[in-house]
Ligand binder design. Sequence first.
Ligand SMILES: C[S@@+](CC[C@H](N)C(=O)[O-])C[C@H]1O[C@@H](n2cnc3c(N)ncnc32)[C@H](O)[C@@H]1O
Length: 284
Amino acid sequence: MTHVPVLLHEVLDGLALQPGMRIVDATVGLGGHAKAMLERIQPEGTLIGFDRDMRNLAMTERRLDVFGDNVQLVNESFARMCEFVNAPVDAVLFDLGYSSAHVDDASRGFSFQNDGPLDMRYDLRQELTAADIVNGWSRENMASLFRTYGEEPRSADVAKAIHDARRVDRITRTSELADIVASAIKSRGKTHPATRIFQALRIAVNNEFGEIEKGIYAAADLLIPGGRMAIITFHSLEDALVKELVIKRHDLEKVNKHVIKPQYQETQRNRRARSAKLRIVKKI
Ligand SMILES: C[S@@+](CC[C@H](N)C(=O)[O-])C[C@H]1O[C@@H](n2cnc3c(N)ncnc32)[C@H](O)[C@@H]1O
């Protein structure tokens, strides 16, 4: 299973990596960025990688084996990085969201195209799943979630359709939920109406925005003055949050005036790159 790292050259250059650096990959995933970053910082450089998903980490451990003791992997949220990393570090990468392993494996419940259980947890030790939200939350709370984190204009209709369906039987499969959403919205647009609802559920199940806030602040605390942070986001809400956090944090400044987007060729090779945006910031 491979995950094509997004905006790889832009990240490597943006972080100004040099041999001997000590760096953090906050979302090591399948190790695509980590491997390329490690190659740049050898022979002495070290990388600490975090991921909430132990399955991804197990694959990545094998992939990064050649770097021996220069790599340490931690199965925890990046929000807790200060507990595992001693300051200072020279660079930190956040490549936010899910990996290709999550959507390719239907049993993880991230995809409505491949039927699976309504799960969506990155960390399988966690209790809350998407099924708990869909079957347990009030109609009002679901509508608010779909509006806030899915930017779904018909959020109330979707919440009502889910509420009606679960009165008949518990909703347990991704395809079932996608059909319920489609029947409530009947969109003729290019994107499936369930896309926004699945996004909202994934954000809520994994408390993504709360973790991002803690993670970016933790990384800012760990960085050496002049040290850099690269953050790749994949949708507008995520990017808006990162932008706001960087502004609030007065010891961070932008390296690039505008966000960096993938070249046309990359978007042709890798569909997921189409929505990617990269921000590079520096600790003052
Ligand atoms: C886009 S993928 C990273 C891909 C990676 N850069 C690569 O090249 O293979 C994002 C990863 O972040 C992980 N993740 C999501 N939220 C996290 C968090 N709060 N802390 C640590 N890892 C997280 C996911 O499990 C996923 O493996």
